[in-house]
Design a protein around this ligand. Structure first.
Ligand code: PGA
Length: 258
């Protein structure tokens, strides 16, 4: 079965408005020239620029804009926070949930992530649900348990119908921003494991149609070998997504295989 392929750019807390617009414009221009619709592009800019970036890419039907986070409650007295409904109201279609930086620096728990996933679905946002083990967990050989627990507690409360809308992203914490990428064998092994756990929960049909992206120091020189793995359906790119040429060359690596 042919699964949907994605190249996603997580800009994190980077860019000014003008830098973000320039980046989005360069990506849009390349998409118009390429006319390739087999691979969807997802951009995750910082909150203040979302509406502008949505407008900037609105004429491209293969680029969607997502948010990097939302609050786990629907609305109310949570000063400084952003709700899933707000994001939906400005044309956002996707949302990162469970990124390791949110788990690590902001103490987000699997329980909160499960609430966020539910709110995202209710507000027609496609969750890109991130999972990944730390270096210590891998060294102690408990990385599979970690991933299974993150899935069980963070996202498996969803109904079959709703899980079908989700994109997963495997991002080993030790590979994020470190320049240390998982080898193709490590990525394939974990992606196949994730698909098996999803199959146990929701059945093989749903598991086989679920897109699982790889993230963690993915760059133009390692993208092709990572994307060639049977169970890797694209990439969630951090650092390299801030340089238009790098991001586009990673996308071309996926296009060549799609
Ligand atoms: P990186 O980040 O590509 O800079 O390692 C990936 C991510 O955190 O999504």
């Amino acid at each position: 079965m042919k699964r949907k392929k994605y190249i996603a750019g997580n800009w994190k807390m980077n860019t000014t408005l003008q830098e973000g617009l320039d980046l989005a414009k360069a990506i849009k221009q390349d998409h118009q020239a390429g006319k390739s619709l087999h691979v969807s592009t997802l951009l995750f800019p910082p909150f203040p620029f979302l509406a502008d970036i949505v407008r900037e890419v609105s004429t491209s039907n293969s680029i969607a804009v997502g948010a990097q986070n939302c609050h786990h409650e629907a609305k109310g007295a949570f000063t400084g926070e952003v709700s899933a409904a707000m994001l939906n109201s400005i044309g956002i279609s996707h949302i990162l949930i469970g990124h390791s930086e949110r788990r690590q620096y902001f103490g987000e728990t699997n329980k909160q992530l499960a609430q966020k996933v539910q709110l995202a679905i209710e507000n027609k946002l496609t969750p890109v649900f991130c999972i990944g083990e730390t270096l210590l967990e891998r060294e102690n050989n408990i990385h599979f348990n970690t991933i299974e627990k993150q899935l069980q507690e963070g996202i498996f409360a969803l109904s079959k119908e709703n899980f079908n809308k989700v994109i997963l992203a495997y991002e080993p914490v030790w590979a994020i921003g470190t320049g240390k990428t998982a080898s193709s064998d490590q990525a394939q092994e974990m992606h196949a494991f994730i698909r098996k756990i999803v199959a146990n929960q929701y059945g093989t049909e749903i598991a086989n149609s679920c897109s699982i992206l790889y993230g963690g120091s993915c760059n133009p020189s390692n993208a092709a070998s990572l994307f060639a793995c049977l169970d890797v359906d694209g990439g969630l790119i951090g650092g390299a997504s801030l340089v238009a040429n790098d991001f586009l060359s990673i996308r071309r690596a996926m296009l060549a295989l799609a």
